[in-house]
Ligand binder design. Structure first.
Ligand SMILES: [Zn+2]
Length: 223
């Protein structure tokens, strides 16, 4: 019976039912691949990804074209700022290049997402420094794996009054903050850190702007 319907199958081959089901999948390979790619994005599961794909497919001449153009533009122009480590479409990034920013203050964050979260709150007017992670004995991340050397170099260059340590309120984040505070001890710079208004175990990228604002306002010297 199968050989009549699908003459390419070898004679007498037992065709598993899942292969027959797969051949009847209503979505083409390219659409399925797009859904799989979207499903890997943070906050999007397979179900939401399929809904997003369907939404885009229905708007292939408008939203899909715009999305494609934006993705291509970002992919082609994405660079890491050589000063602070921010990811932007220009180097130096728009924060470092902004003359209205306070050049005498550096806010140290673990990741680019933290920089973006703090900057969305529009309360901090200085510049940033992205470490690229946090110290972690468990994951084998040491000081040499983070952008601590370049931070010290920026401070050594002079003209910096304050370094704000804006690590996540996790054990590893605080360990990183204490390590950097120790390295800055001998330098003529005021070292502060975000107040613990943040929930223990919380990460900056997930905080609302009110919580971030309170934590930033209540920053205090490292003891
Ligand atoms: Zn920058």
């Amino acid at each position: 019976m199968l050989n009549v319907l699908w003459p390419d199958f070898p004679p007498c081959a037992a065709v598993p039912i899942y292969r027959l089901m797969a051949s009847q999948d209503p979505r083409g390979n390219e659409i399925e691949r797009l859904a799989s790619s979207l499903a890997r994005l943070p906050g999007l599961g397979p179900r939401s990804a399929r809904r997003a794909v369907l939404w885009l497919v229905k708007r292939r001449d408008t939203a899909l074209v715009d999305l494609l153009a934006s993705l291509t533009a970002v992919q082609e122009s994405l660079v890491e700022c050589h000063v602070c480590g921010n990811v932007d479409t220009s180097d130096p990034c728009h924060v470092c290049a902004d003359p209205r920013r306070d050049q005498r203050s550096i806010c140290v964050v673990e990741d680019v997402a933290d920089l973006w979260a703090l900057d969305r709150a529009k309360l901090y007017t200085g510049r940033y420094h992205v470490l690229g992670g946090r110290l972690s004995a468990l994951d084998g991340v040491g000081p040499e794996d983070l952008a601590i050397g370049s931070l010290l170099a920026r401070v050594e260059e002079g003209g910096i009054d304050e370094v704000v340590l804006a690590m996540n309120a996790t054990l590893e984040g605080q360990t990183t903050a204490h390590y950097i505070a120790e390295r800055l001890e001998e330098r003529p710079v005021r070292v502060t850190q975000l107040a613990h208004g943040l929930p223990v175990g919380g990460e900056l990228d997930y905080m609302d702007e009110g919580t971030l604002a309170q934590a930033l306002r209540a920053r205090r010297p490292v003891t």
